[in-house]
Design a protein around this ligand. Structure first.
Ligand SMILES: Nc1nc2c(ncn2[C@@H]2O[C@H](COP(=O)(O)OP(=O)(O)OP(=O)(O)O)[C@@H](O)[C@H]2O)c(=O)[nH]1
Length: 299
């Protein structure tokens, strides 16, 4: 095969392949000509990452180039980039930001007196969005849009590990709707569903971004409150309790009110695992139920 044919093959590569030097120079760009997937990067040749990218992004690329060179093996990274992030790219190409998988392979020659890598950037946007929606679906309760039991099983040990590591307080609220069976029987299952959704809406409205509310089972919810001590958790639980009391009057039936019972606790040094905390929250919930329902119970 002659040099012209090799050139043709490089130009025909479906994904763009960049030769990048250790100091961040675009030494050469091959392939990636299909503008349904990529912007033409040929104008970048001769420029430096720091000429075309914002400083933090340029630094990230340089770090990855250096990691690959130091490890002498291929490294794989995922990142998001749009044509607006890279100065000087033509407008023709995808409008939305692209998710890339970058495969960074050190090369054993130095065309510009410094080591270089081959950085192949593949458009994985479709896969990324699919993975994101699968993750969302598998972690989300369909009826309420809150996290599901699986999400709780993932988050609770993580939050307990954070508590042990950083020794910052964190609390747990377990709540169970009262009399849902009677409401279902009196008004129908769909109204019962609305009561569950009303509770979820209140949780969502009251939560901070870092709080995690999950539907634990039928009419039972668990809320993890990071950076929250027992007293703050109690205030939060009381707020949820009153908000639900006001909201739920619309679901009241002759012999039963839609109310909620709540157990509150915090991670304690004596807890061997998150399961001890969850068990204690459940005990307080049990106490609230057996104390006459429609109340908050805690230490
Ligand atoms: N509408 C509706 N009802 C549900 C759903 N999941 C569970 N339930 C019902 O909720 C009730 C939960 O059981 P319990 O907590 O023992 O019933 P409860 O009447 O709330 O009793 P207390 O908690 O003691 O007040 C059962 O009757 C379930 O059929 C759901 O998704 N929608």
């Amino acid at each position: 095969m002659n040099i012209e044919q090799l050139r043709g093959i490089l130009a025909a590569l479906p994904d763009p392949a960049f030769i990048l030097s250790r100091s961040g120079k675009y030494v050469a760009v091959f392939g990636g000509r299909d503008n349904r997937y990529y912007h033409d990067g040929s104008s970048l040749v001769g420029k430096n990452l720091s000429d075309v990218l914002k400083p933090d992004k340029a630094r990230w690329f340089l770090d990855n180039i250096n990691n690959a060179l130091q490890s002498s093996s291929m490294t794989i990274v995922e990142y998001e980039l749009s044509d607006k992030d890279v100065q000087g790219l033509p407008d023709t190409g995808p409008e939305a930001p692209i998710w890339f998988e970058g495969r960074i392979q050190p090369l054993d020659f130095s065309p510009e007196d410094e080591p270089v890598v081959l950085w192949v950037a593949s458009n994985i946007s479709a896969r990324h969005h699919l993975e994101k929606s699968l993750r969302y679906l598998s972690d989300t309760d369909q009826l309420t849009g809150l996290g599901n039991r699986r999400k709780l099983d993932h988050e609770l040990p993580r939050q307990f590990a954070n508590y042990l590591r950083y020794n910052t307080p964190a609390s747990l609220i377990m709540l169970d709707l009262d009399n849902l069976k009677t409401i279902n029987d009196a008004h129908g299952h769909q109204v019962g569903d609305k009561v569950i959704v009303a509770m979820a809406d209140i949780c969502r409205a009251e939560l901070r971004q870092t709080d995690i509310a999950c539907r634990f089972g039928g009419d039972e919810f668990v809320i993890i409150l990071p950076n929250t001590d027992q007293e703050q958790a109690q205030q939060f639980a009381t707020r949820i309790h009153s908000a639900f009391e006001q909201r739920a009057t619309e679901f009241t039936c002759e012999d039963s009110n839609a109310t909620v019972s709540i157990g509150v606790t915090s991670f304690l040094d004596t807890d061997a695992s998150h399961e001890d905390t969850l068990r204690r929250a459940d005990q307080f919930l049990y106490q609230a139920k057996h104390g006459g329902k429609n109340r908050v119970s805690m230490l």
